[in-house]
Design a protein around this ligand. Structure first.
Ligand SMILES: [Cu+2]
Ligand SMILES: [Zn+2]
Length: 175
């Protein structure tokens, strides 16, 4: 009887461990040419059977749709780009472990793995709508950074490279 209870307890523990879903978090700061600015919110990351769910809770953003990507390095500061110090360039380029060099958005398997669905900011300047990145897991993004761009993202390198989002306006290191 005791053996049976121990066995059942073991099975329950193993199932609990298997069902555990990995999570990560990033504190988001606004960024500009002066470097890293104030905290404007946070983002949580959670593995699901459909992929990585990225849930923002961010304020003080410009209304509309914004390019939203995992960038390679876990840093949000200034770095030189084309001869100028630019906001958030310490984060490097879009996470691209296969070295595809292509910005194709979250639903293509042939491009950057760090391309997320666009971030939607409401009229109140708040972003709370989760996005799903089917090709990513928490283990891929931890230690990298999350960047929000000033402009939109058309999931293409045409007519502008990297979806056309341009200036980096907010950033967080994923922990
Ligand atoms: Cu980006
Ligand atoms: Zn990209």
């Amino acid at each position: 009887m005791i053996l049976r209870v121990v066995l059942i307890a073991t099975v329950v523990l193993v199932e609990a461990a298997t069902a555990y879903t990995a999570t990560a978090r990033a504190t988001i700061n606004s960024i500009d040419v002066n470097g890293v600015g104030p905290v404007i919110g946070s983002v949580t990351f959670k593995d699901t059977k459909y992929g990585l769910v990225v849930t923002p809770d961010i304020s003080d953003l410009p209304v509309g749709v914004h390019g939203f990507h995992i960038h390679d390095k876990g840093a949000c500061g200034l770095a030189e780009h084309e001869g100028k110090m630019k906001a958030g360039f310490a984060a490097g380029g879009h996470y691209d472990p296969e070295h595809t060099g292509k910005h194709l958005g979250p639903y293509s398997t042939g491009g950057h793995k760090g391309d997320l669905p666009v971030l939607v900011v409401g009229a109140d300047g708040e972003a709370t709508l989760p996005v799903l990145a089917p090709q990513l897991r928490v283990k891929d993004v931890r230690g990298r950074s999350l960047i929000i761009h000033a402009g939109e993202d058309n999931y293409s390198d045409q007519p502008e490279p990297l979806g056309g989002g341009g200036t980096r306006i907010a950033c967080g290191v994923i922990e």
